[in-house]
Write a protein that binds this ligand. Structure first.
Ligand SMILES: [Zn+2]
Length: 68
């Protein structure tokens, strides 16, 4: 089964867009509408759907460091 089959609840802004997530270590912002070109993440991928190995492209922090 592909990873996308494991659906996690997606945090959303009041207007329904997937929420921005901020790295608690360096302040880098993950914008789902932009994805992460450095991490090979295409636009439109919610933070919750990033693969387990994804880390902050700016400082290398793991996903546990991100908040929204
Ligand atoms: Zn970071």
């Amino acid at each position: 089964m592909p990873d996308s089959a494991s659906i996690a609840p997606i945090a959303r802004e009041a207007d329904g867009r997937p929420a921005l997530w901020v790295c608690n270590r360096c302040g880098w912002v993950y914008d789902p509408s932009l994805g992460d070109p450095l991490g090979d993440i295409p636009p439109g991928v919610p933070f919750e759907h990033l693969h387990d190995g994804w880390i902050c492209p700016n400082c290398g922090a793991e996903q546990d460091y991100f908040f929204h």
